[in-house]
Design a protein around this ligand. Structure first.
Ligand SMILES: NC(=O)c1ccc[n+]([C@@H]2O[C@H](COP(=O)([O-])OP(=O)(O)OC[C@H]3O[C@@H](n4cnc5c(N)ncnc54)[C@H](OP(=O)(O)O)[C@@H]3O)[C@@H](O)[C@H]2O)c1
Length: 460
């Protein structure tokens, strides 16, 4: 039986409707076959009708597959008809796993827009081996969470050319001053349950990656809960979305699968004023307290507007408001134009022209090619294993405008200016919708499995 190239599952949801519009355009451009799926044929048909009016095409003949996440056989019947399932049914904590399981079983690739780290990492833990065996890709977090941040860090790495010691992302969301909520209930509900079960992450991560990533330095010091950033010239707060965890998982991929030096990550978002910062803090505190209790979650789920000062609604975001909501992201990377030695890796490429061939040294590259990486970059005669010792560099040295500290003890006193670079990638607001997302290509052939968005992304 021939399969549809793409099946949009959860087409009737707030996000699913947009995905239907974009997939229609992409399918037309690239001559792809596609179908829509959901638990209610009537609701999916209504979406086709609405989306058809938006894109100016009659979509009534688009094939419809009826599948309910509580009915495994219906999910399998959907998955066997798809090459790729675009899964928009959330919260993924409740509805996601059976879809992944059906896709892995039926040999259909699975792409989701989950911003729920527990779901993303649990799927990796449970289905990785089977997915590899069946040649299936399970690619998570392919939405606003967390493509810009994850792609952005890869852009920084490409731009810098060498090892990136740290990336800080600064998100700015631009919401037009129009009536109605700014966040749909589905996202709010996913956040409530994600927050309530954040404690699961520790053991999940230990199970997926028993080996810790090595500490790297200079250490990236988290900036305050509320701080003024000279980089983006705005008040900023830590971003509680999935970006940091998705980006860190990509770093896991780079480190474990490719022996690359991990980058430290911090994610922030900009607030428009101190007043809105305090309002957000107030909602955050209320949210944090309530989400921890069953009765509290009941209140959050049943009175979303009240608990969010009107930011969330079960009626969704008005179309005009959603269409004019924008974001901008700035990623600041600091690191070196060179690869830097890292103990325990077989990185024979690390700063090769600073190495002394034939000098059989202990150090990061010993097992792969004895003699390589015998020196820290720029420090004649030094031992590269020192690159991994705990830095004596004080965190307060790691400040914008000050010289970038060297990567190892004993490397002080050397002119590091040739090695310390900062690169900024800006993902501007007002990109034509869909264009750039569809322009990213997942270079899947290169690896056995893609769980993190960016480990193998090539920007076209
Ligand atoms: N990564 C990102 O940037 C991003 C952006 C937006 C949303 N999201 C995530 O995407 C998810 C969906 O958000 P949303 O705002 O689109 O939610 P939504 O409007 O509530 O849509 C949920 C969809 O799931 C379907 N569904 C629910 N239970 C189902 C079941 N048992 N079987 C089959 N389908 C079922 C619904 O179908 P019916 O219409 O039949 O009820 C609907 O199509 C959330 O987890 C949200 O966090 C992520």
């Amino acid at each position: 039986m021939s399969r549809y190239d793409l099946v949009v599952y959860g087409a009737s949801g707030f996000t699913g409707q947009y995905v239907v519009e974009y997939v229609h355009r992409a399918a037309k451009e690239s001559n792809l076959s596609w179908a829509v799926a959901g638990r209610s044929e009537g609701r999916v048909r209504a979406v086709l009708d609405r989306a058809g009016k938006v894109v100016g095409s009659d979509l009534a003949s688009t094939p419809i597959i009826v599948a309910d996440s509580s009915d495994t056989s219906s999910l399998l019947a959907m998955a066997v008809q798809a090459k790729v399932v675009l899964n928009c049914v959330g919260p993924y904590r409740f509805y996601g796993e059976p879809v992944v399981e059906a896709c892995v079983e039926a040999g259909a690739h699975h792409v989701d827009i989950s911003g729920e780290p527990q779901f993303l990492e649990k799927m990796q833990l449970k289905y990785h081996d089977k997915a590899v065996e069946n040649g299936v890709y399970v690619v998570g977090a392919c939405g606003f969470d967390s493509i810009p941040a994850d792609m952005g860090q890869v852009c920084v790495k490409q731009a810098m050319g060498g090892d990136v010691n740290s990336v800080e992302s600064y998100l700015k969301v631009i919401v037009p001053d129009l009536p109605g909520a700014a966040i749909n209930f589905g996202t709010w509900q996913s956040a409530i349950h994600g927050f309530a079960h954040a404690g699961e992450l520790k053991s999940l991560r230990k199970a997926i990656y028993p080996e810790r990533m090595p500490p790297t330095r200079p250490k990236l010091k988290p900036r305050g809960t509320l701080h003024y950033s000279n980089i983006v010239e705005a008040w900023c707060m830590p971003f509680m979305g999935s970006d940091k965890s998705v980006m860190t998982r990509t770093q896991r991929g780079f480190y474990h699968d490719k022996d690359q030096r991990p980058t430290q990550i911090q994610a922030y978002f900009q607030v428009s004023s101190l007043f809105s910062a305090f309002s957000i803090m107030l909602v955050g505190i209320l949210f944090g307290i309530l989400a921890n209790f069953k009765w509290g979650r009941y209140i959050l789920e049943n009175f979303p507007g009240l608990c969010s000062f009107g930011a969330v609604s079960k009626d969704g975001v008005p179309k005009e408001k959603a269409d004019n909501t924008n974001f901008e992201m700035i990623l600041v990377g600091e690191g070196w134009r060179e690869r830097v030695c890292l103990k325990g890796t077989n990185d024979t490429d690390a700063t090769p022209h600073h190495c002394v061939p034939g000098d059989n040294h202990v150090g990061s590259c010993q097992s792969a090619q004895p003699g390589n990486c015998a020196e820290c970059p720029g420090t004649p005669g030094s031992d590269c294993s020192r690159c991994d010792q705990v830095s004596s560099v004080k965190p307060d040295r790691y400040k914008i405008g000050l010289p970038f500290p060297p990567p190892c003890d004993g490397c002080e006193g050397v002119d590091w200016s040739g090695y310390s670079v900062r690169d900024v990638v800006k993902i501007p607001a007002n990109l034509p919708a869909g264009k750039y997302i569809l322009g990213f290509r997942y270079d899947c052939e290169a690896t056995a499995q893609v769980w993190s968005n960016c480990a193998d992304v090539v920007l076209e």
